[in-house]
Design a binder for this molecule. Structure first.
Ligand SMILES: [Zn+2]
Length: 318
């Protein structure tokens, strides 16, 4: 619309009734919201933008599509935008992404998020995991000072799987064996005293020395003091790797010995279990996503939908 025509159009807005204003707003909201989401995405992607196929930085503008600037690579001729190659590529309805991000920060269930942003519940589930795919990878490179490590367990779940590899269990069922068995999936969590947290789904059954070496070794800074319970696997791991290690004998009633305790990591475990309850059981294959989700929202590490949207395309605040 030309500028002067637009100006005269604007003067008519003042004459709208309240009901008409509401209709105009409803009409404008999707465009405004799509613009907001697109601006967040393009700002986040701009510094590292290159052709996703050949990594060339030589490209030129080539129209817009679905609210995003499109580019054409001078080296390979392919077109791309700021979402190409990210988990959010080709998802529709950008105008709902920031509102959906709000739902994720509020830990809404699939159904509640679907109702809130008015999408199908399958879309809501797909978006949840696409939003988490990159977000979950934003972890501290290493833990420092005193690092507490401990495992927690969840009943293995093949929720949503087409071919069950065992007889079906009632939702939220109980293990048939007592104690830690191969029906339980082990989650190893390590947290230092400044709150940096890493977690690993190590598989079924108790954690092994090999798994501790694979997961914990790379994230422990050289002068870290590892603090655990009396599980022998930690002692063997620390001895083999030359890591300073202290433990509390929790099962013998010893919970704290000066600075030696695992209360921070256990607190994280209980927040995880309590938070997870609302989802009525999650598939084991998605556990890393849920752990990444909790890490994102724990103590409001991510508290704005814009930050979550940036994380969802792999751009993290450093
Ligand atoms: Zn290229």
């Amino acid at each position: 619309m030309e500028a002067c025509a637009f100006d005269s159009y604007l003067t008519q807005i003042a004459q709208l009734t309240r009901a008409q204003c509401v209709r105009v707003l409803a009409l404008l909201k999707p465009a405004v919201d799509q613009g907001r989401a697109a601006a967040v995405i393009e700002d986040a992607a701009a510094p590292g933008l290159c052709c996703p196929r050949c990594q060339s930085k030589q490209f030129y503008r080539h129209g817009t599509k679905s609210g995003l600037q499109r580019f054409r690579c001078q080296a390979c001729g392919r077109t791309f935008n700021s979402l190409t190659g990210t988990p959010l590529a080709r998802l529709r309805h950008k105008e709902k992404w920031l509102d959906f991000g709000d739902c994720m920060l509020d830990s809404r269930t699939v159904r509640k998020a679907a109702a809130r942003v008015e999408v199908d519940k399958n879309t809501s589930l797909r978006w949840r995991h696409r939003f988490l795919m990159a977000t979950k990878t934003d972890r501290p490179a290493c833990l420092n000072g005193i690092a507490e490590a401990d495992e927690t367990f969840l009943l293995e779940s093949q929720k949503g799987a087409r071919n069950l590899q065992r007889p079906a269990r009632k939702r939220g069922g109980k293990a048939s064996k007592r104690g830690i068995s191969t029906e339980q999936v082990c989650i190893l969590v390590a947290r230092d005293r400044s709150g940096n947290t890493v977690d690993f789904v190590t598989g079924r059954g108790p954690v092994t020395v090999v798994q501790l070496t694979e997961h914990l070794r790379p994230v422990l800074a050289p002068d870290t003091l590892l603090v655990t319970d009396a599980n022998k696997a930690y002692q063997a791991f620390a001895r083999q790797q030359g890591i300073s290690h202290q433990y509390v004998n929790v099962s013998a009633g010893e919970h704290v010995r000066g600075a030696v305790h695992v209360q921070n990591v256990n607190g994280y475990h209980s927040r995880f279990h309590k938070w997870l309850r609302r989802f009525n059981g999650v598939a084991t294959r998605y556990l890393p996503n849920y752990l990444g989700w909790l890490w994102a929202i724990d103590r409001e590490r991510i508290h704005a939908p814009e930050t979550l949207l940036r994380a969802a395309i792999g751009v993290f605040n450093t």
